[in-house]
Ligand binder design. Structure first.
Ligand SMILES: Cc1cc2nc3c(=O)[nH]c(=O)nc-3n(C[C@H](O)[C@H](O)[C@H](O)COP(=O)(O)OP(=O)(O)OC[C@H]3O[C@@H](n4cnc5c(N)ncnc54)[C@H](O)[C@@H]3O)c2cc1C
Length: 531
């Protein structure tokens, strides 16, 4: 009798825990991710568009995502971009990376970029002609398996045992250069037939005018070759990247230092591009990502096919830039000295590239400090119609290729809130800042946690590199499990692709019990587990 009673109590408790876990997870999906908001993208607004102009300052990735979202909600959208050629024909013409004019304010213009699955899901909703345009721009649409290897072991992509990991449909992603992607995006957004209410002007935002009677921006001042131009604004979006140009011109804004966290990952990348023959392009994998395990050696390698028959190979290292290679032989040495075994196909590609070795061009980027500006903490002091999206909110170490997704997530969050309002009310910006902060956390904590495993990282003020040791321990166990366990692989993949991974997924019963067992094996039985 007692056994039956205990059994019933245990079963009820288990059901209760499962129910609570699911409920909490659903809540976290809304706070930490944009998964539930994706279906709203590209949906027609109920009622009339908001009267007046949304002024988007900065016409790079964040500015373009934001402009597209605003096109559905505002009578008029104006993008202001300081680099003149981006507002001319070249800015919307398919670019081979070799021919793309230089970009003065974007140091990573010629660095390898990953375009995560979230980006594909969003773009296909926002632009019905996406596939057609990708074709015209020579951009690959490929399966959403980015080819991640941790210490040389493959973390299987979106399908394992027939299970599909994406929220819907077959996961896909784009594979192309930064100039290719940005120009495609600009051509899509500035399509005068599809979005006649969107335009871009060439000029530098030099100031904003605040209302005398309320906490609201009224005008944006733009310096153009013809003189200063003033635009009346109902919404001002700061998409000027790490320069945070609009915030810096707001007279009433609290000092940036007082709301910005920062640390320095001391990470450097050297991206080398090679031209491919059509036969080589057939044989080279679309994408390979070689990463060290948490707390392990400091080198990584990222390899993507680019648009227009080329490949980008990015060698990265925490700590030192001295040995980053700019020759094929140097890349081979980088791979040989990674401290873990690279998969065979990487060596095959490097062998193949001997034939086109003389086409190599390289671009070294020393990553600046990572930072996160907490606008949400001072939202009550900021204008109610000022928001920031993209790198003007924060910049993370690009090792996981998240910058564009981070910008997109800001734009998606704003789209959801725009669907809920008739106009830009007094709570609008505050809600955008808050939503964005909830989502920025995963990008910030995830990369910081990885960076803090390297002794060369300069930690944030008041922290040591020990900070976050416990979550890092869990990440390490996931990395050990992922090559053979589909739940761990799914968790790793969803997080990597900026999809529906939440901070409690690691506690799902099956996965967590395995982690506890690994802890026991290591800590109590003294067995050393390795990723
Ligand atoms: C080495 C490296 C590799 C990276 N790899 C990846 C990757 O694989 N995947 C990924 O998603 N991300 C990657 N990133 C990050 C990604 O490139 C950035 O997150 C992204 O560029 C941010 O876009 P943004 O529009 O916010 O800012 P930015 O791209 O910096 O653009 C800001 C824009 O504002 C304009 N501007 C500035 N001031 C003014 C002004 N006063 N008036 C008007 N216009 C102004 C600038 O000209 C620029 O066009 C990488 C970054 C680095 C450094």
């Amino acid at each position: 009798m007692l056994t039956i009673l205990l059994g019933v109590v245990f079963a009820a408790a288990a059901l209760y825990v499962r129910h609570s876990y699911r409920k909490l997870r659903q809540k976290l999906l809304a706070i930490e991710t944009v998964t539930l908001e994706l279906p709203l993208l590209g949906q027609k607004r109920a009622g009339e568009k908001i009267k007046g102009t949304a002024v988007i300052c900065g016409g790079s990735l964040a500015g373009l995502f934001t402009a597209r979202v605003c096109a559905d909600h505002f009578e008029k959208v104006v993008v202001v971009e300081t680099e003149d050629w981006l507002s001319k024909e070249n800015g919307v013409t398919p670019q081979r990376w070799q021919d793309a004019p230089p970009r003065a304010r974007v140091i990573q213009w010629k660095s390898a970029h990953a375009w995560l699955v979230l980006i594909y899901y969003a773009l296909e909703r926002l632009f019905p002609n996406l596939l057609e345009m990708c074709k015209a721009f020579g951009i690959h649409v490929t399966t959403g398996d980015i080819g991640v290897h941790i210490t040389g072991k493959h973390i299987t992509g979106p399908y394992i045992n027939g299970q599909r990991f994406g929220p819907e449909g077959s996961p896909k992603m784009l594979c192309c250069s930064r100039p290719g992607f940005e120009t495609l995006l600009r051509a899509l957004v500035l399509d005068p037939v599809a979005y006649p209410n969107v335009s871009q002007i060439s000029g530098t935002v030099i100031g904003v005018v605040e209302s005398k009677s309320e906490r609201r921006l009224e005008e944006v001042s733009v310096k153009t070759p013809e003189g200063t131009h003033v635009i009346d604004a109902v919404l001002v979006v700061d998409c000027t990247g790490p320069g945070q140009a609009v915030y810096k011109t707001m007279p009433s804004a609290p000092p940036l230092d007082s709301i910005t966290e920062t640390y320095h990952p001391k990470m450097n990348y050297c991206t080398s591009h090679f031209a491919l023959t059509p036969e080589m392009a057939e044989r080279v994998p679309m994408s390979t990502y070689l990463l060290p395990a948490a707390g392990d050696v400091s080198r990584c390698l990222i390899m993507f096919q680019q648009d227009h028959l080329s490949i980008a190979i990015s060698c990265g290292a925490w700590g030192s830039s001295k040995d980053l290679p700019t020759t094929l032989e140097g890349i081979r040495e980088h791979v040989a000295g990674m401290g873990y075994t690279a998969p065979k196909h990487v060596w095959d590609v490097l062998d193949m590239l001997k034939e086109v070795e003389d086409t190599i061009t390289s671009s070294l980027v020393r990553c600046p400090a990572s930072f996160w500006t907490h606008y949400e903490r001072v939202a009550d002091q900021l204008p109610v119609n000022y928001v920031a999206i993209g790198d003007s909110v924060g910049r993370v170490n690009p090792v996981f290729g998240q910058g564009a997704s981070k910008a997109l997530i800001g734009a998606i969050g704003m789209n959801t809130l725009l669907h809920e309002v008739q106009g830009i009310d007094n709570d609008f910006a505050k809600r955008v800042h808050k939503a964005q902060a909830g989502r920025m956390k995963r990008f910030w904590s995830g990369t910081k946690s990885a960076d803090y495993t390297h002794s060369t990282t300069i930690p944030a003020a008041g922290e040591t590199l020990e900070h976050g040791n416990i979550p890092r321990l869990f990440v390490r166990y996931i990395q050990i499990l992922a090559p053979t366990d589909f739940r761990a692989a799914r968790l790793a993949w969803k997080n990597m692709m900026a999809l529906d991974g939440t901070s409690i997924d690691i506690f799902s019963p099956m996965l967590f019990s395995k982690i506890l067992w690994m802890m026991f094996t290591e800590r109590v039985l003294g067995v050393n587990l390795k990723a």
